[in-house]
Design a protein around this ligand. Structure first.
Ligand code: C2E
Ligand code: MG
Ligand code: MG
Length: 747
């Protein structure tokens, strides 16, 4: 026969698989409570369900009399054989390995059999551990039931209401004697038996147990206590449990516990303990007073288990659920709940909350040029800079990608949000270093203010987002406050976006070609391809209107590639018609730039088998200002492939001479805004002249765009400008009209 001890492990009592976390001590105490204090009928049910939980069983049968009355034939046979054996019997093995399909045991009082208990329906059967657990529980139950008559019964309480602990009034005795389910050691009294059994349970429990006398000096501990805290018995006996308690930040809690103990004699909760090596650990703890027959405290006991692993798991789950893995900043869900909280405080205190929506400009280029790993480093640095600039009470969250949200609870005035936004834009604009490369970044910020711009988190975020889009349109490092008319305009933008997506599929785009005239020879030497969108309902839409939307939505990528492809096909067609060779310029958008662009362009050129120098790329100054190194690399590739490159809208950016030298640019295009004032405006005239002489010293050729009058053309010719483009000579033309003009002009 087996020694009957409860296993030190924990029972997972739900045989359906959902683990019910019951410790052995809790189980024993509930079992005793049911056996000792409840009316017999209720007691039977409770015991049955405890056995089911403790042994993960589908069925538990309990008989609380010497005669088997209620159970079916199978159990009658099982109990008869258990009575005969005076011990646990098991049903036939299912899968071998000593596993049983069911277990039955007699409940033995000192006068004989006082009942039976049986369990069945455990998944995989009952292994040795389950068998000994069953045996120990049966034995504990038998002891409790025999003691039942001697213990004053508390009035029955409804299930779920805590009853006095069975350990109360019990002196815990170390040095255990394991009880036996089937036979009693001769001469021992029932009470002694119970005490020994309790001692055995305490000793074998996986939970640490500590008992003090009424002066709160430790008188007893169990094995788990030493395992958990590192203290052997000799180092704690006679000392106060306070030696184990971590003092930092717990003093109010300890005072509360003392109060609670005074009132209820029991406290449950979580406490920080300290191990012998000084490391603290959180523990789920029960503290209870043990009283004597007249109600005086005799002992206190602590039962606790280390929950640091569980807490760590909880912390990790929390971290994963609420924080962005890359930057460690709150994620979208935590932002929502933090912002909700901040708003409800603002309602009560009648203050304002600012929501700043921040998006990094052209971050995609960084990803395209440097790869995700490097781009991630920049995002981390961005989040570090943001957090360092803000106050502790401000909220910074990353929504994903290059989008961040900053919430400023309790701002005094609307303008303060703008001040903070400017500060953030300034720290973002400081240089970043990837390996040895210097990178410049800028951001766009949209601001909405509670309660004026939105009464809840959702509305504030949406409106700050709308404002951010406005800011993007304004160029680098811009901030824009939300205003109501924005919603209207962003709706229009949404409509354009939807229509744009369809436009490329339905072939609503076409190119027109504006001739470029060589002033020296009077011949057409090139053309600028300009994109046109003919909307089926709204008619022609200006590129000035839809290109920015295409850029913001990323649609510029496929559209831009279509433009290059269409221009190359056109060049091929004109060559096939035997027209004189002209170069065709296409406009490139900054958002189109990526490391793979040169290869894709070269592929298109190869497909049409056209000379490489018949395609010209127009880029703008502002494009050169950002992530300059990757752009230089890309332009070199274009240059090496023999493509021509023109700097469009020249004079509107900030290019210095030395700056331009870094780029393999072949042509400069003087912006229309300078041409407009020529020749009357002295300023414009001087600038145009300066640009032309500068370009010559850099050995670039110069073209002036937007030439509308003969006077402008003559001035430019005199200043040494080589080519012109503008309404004076010709508007942008459909391909066939362009071909006719070319034939006529270049006879
Ligand atoms: P841009 O590259 O500076 O193109 C020149 C613009 O000036 C064209 O306007 C052209 O029609 C206009 N223009 C030409 N001569 C004159 C003139 O004598 N007087 C005046 N007042 N205007 C003149 P458009 O076609 O409306 O294009 C506007 C802008 O849209 C372009 O400016 C360019 O930045 C962009 N764009 C056009 N097509 C494309 C394209 O295929 N891809 C990209 N990314 N952008 C494009
Ligand atoms: Mg252009
Ligand atoms: Mg231009």
């Amino acid at each position: 026969m087996r020694r009957s001890t409860l296993s030190a492990g924990r029972a997972t009592g739900d045989h359906q698989g959902g683990a019910v976390d019951v410790s052995d001590l809790e189980l024993a105490s509930e079992l005793c409570r049911a056996a000792l204090h409840s009316p017999l009928g209720f007691c039977r049910q409770t015991i049955g369900s405890l056995f089911r939980r403790a042994l993960a069983s589908g069925e538990a049968v309990v008989e609380l009399s010497g005669q088997i009355r209620c159970s079916g034939e199978h159990w009658q046979r099982a109990f008869a054989s258990a009575t005969e054996r005076r011990g646990v019997v098991g049903g036939e093995t299912i899968a071998g390995g000593g596993r049983c399909a069911w277990l039955a045991a007699p409940l033995l009082g000192y006068r004989g059999v006082i009942g039976f208990v049986g369990v069945s329906g455990r998944r995989g059967g009952y292994d040795a551990a389950a068998q000994s657990r069953f045996s120990a529980l049966a034995s504990l139950l038998a002891n409790a039931l025999s003691a039942r008559d001697k213990v004053p019964r508390a009035p029955a309480a409804p299930p779920g209401v805590a009853k006095p602990s069975p350990l109360r009034g019990t002196q815990v005795d170390r040095g255990s004697a394991a009880a036996h389910p089937a036979s009693w050691p001769g001469g021992a009294s029932e009470v002694e038996q119970t005490l020994r059994l309790h001692a055995a349970i305490v000793e074998c429990s996986g939970e640490a147990v500590l008992v003090t006398d009424r002066e709160e000096r430790i008188v007893s501990i169990n094995r788990a206590f030493s395992d958990m805290t590192g203290y052997p018995e000799s180092e704690v006996l006679g000392r106060s449990p306070g030696m184990l308690l971590h003092r930092d930040g717990q003093s109010t809690l300890l005072a509360r516990i003392a109060d609670r103990m005074g009132v209820a004699g029991e406290w449950r909760g979580e406490l920080q303990f300290t191990r012998k090596d000084g490391n603290p650990f959180p523990a789920r703890t029960l503290i209870a007073a043990v009283r004597d027959a007249v109600g005086r405290v005799q002992n206190y006991f602590f039962v606790f288990s280390d929950v640091s692993e569980r807490k760590e798991a909880e912390r990790q789950i929390h971290q994963l659920a609420y924080y962005d893995a890359l930057t460690g900043l709150p994620n979208r869900s935590l932002l929502y709940s933090l912002l909700d909280k901040a708003l409800s405080i603002a309602v009560r205190s009648r203050t304002h909350v600012a929501v700043l929506f921040l998006d990094l400009n052209r971050f995609k280029h960084i990803v395209d040029s440097f790869g995700h790993t490097q781009a991630d480093l920049i995002l981390k640095e961005v989040s570090r800079r943001l957090s360092a600039t803000l106050r502790a009470e401000d909220i910074v969250a990353r929504l994903g990608g290059d989008e961040f949200v900053i919430a400023l609870p309790d701002i005094g005035r609307r303008e303060h949000a703008g001040q903070v936004a400017r500060k953030l834009l300034a720290v973002l604009a400081e240089a970043y270093f990837l390996e040895t490369q210097e990178i410049l970044l800028s951001g766009s910020i949209g601001i909405s203010i509670f309660p004026e711009d939105g009464r809840d988190t959702e509305a504030l975020l949406k409106n700050a987002d709308v404002a951010m889009y406005r800011a993007k349109g304004r160029g680098s490092s811009a901030l824009v406050y939300y205003s109501q008319e924005m919603n209207q305009r962003s709706l229009e933008q949404l409509k354009i976006e939807g229509a744009l997506r369809r436009a490329s599929e339905r072939g609503e785009f076409h190119l027109v070609y504006q001739p470029q005239l060589d002033l020296g020879s009077g011949r057409i030497v090139g053309a600028e391809a300009l994109l046109r969108w003919n909307h089926p309902e709204h008619g022609p839409i200006s590129p000035a209107q839809f290109i920015p939307v295409a850029e913001e939505t990323g649609l510029i990528q496929p559209i831009g590639e279509w433009v290059i492809d269409a221009a190359c096909r056109q060049i091929r067609e004109w060559l096939d018609l035997g027209l004189s060779k002209v170069r065709v310029a296409v406009n490139l958008s900054a958002r189109q730039f990526s490391a793979s662009l040169p290869k894709r362009v070269v592929t298109i050129i190869a497909r049409q088998a056209i000379p490489h120098d018949s395609l010209e790329l127009e880029i703008t100054e502002s494009m050169l200002m950002h992530s300059a190194d990757s752009v230089v690399a890309m332009m070199r590739e274009f240059g090496e492939a023999g493509l021509l490159m023109t700097l469009d809208d020249f004079g509107t950016g900030y290019s210095s001479l030395s700056y331009l030298k870094r780029f393999p640019i072949t042509n400069l295009k003087i912006d229309r805004s300078f041409v407009r004032g020529i020749p009357c405006d002295r300023n414009d005239s001087a600038i145009a002249r300066a640009i032309i002489s500068m370009a010559r010293s850099l050995r670039m050729s110069v073209i002036a765009e937007g030439v509308e009058t003969a006077a402008q053309m003559e001035f430019l010719r005199g200043a040494g400008c080589e080519e012109i483009q503008g309404f004076y000579f010709s508007r942008p033309l459909p391909p066939n009209e362009f071909a006719e003009l070319l034939l006529r002009t270049n006879l």
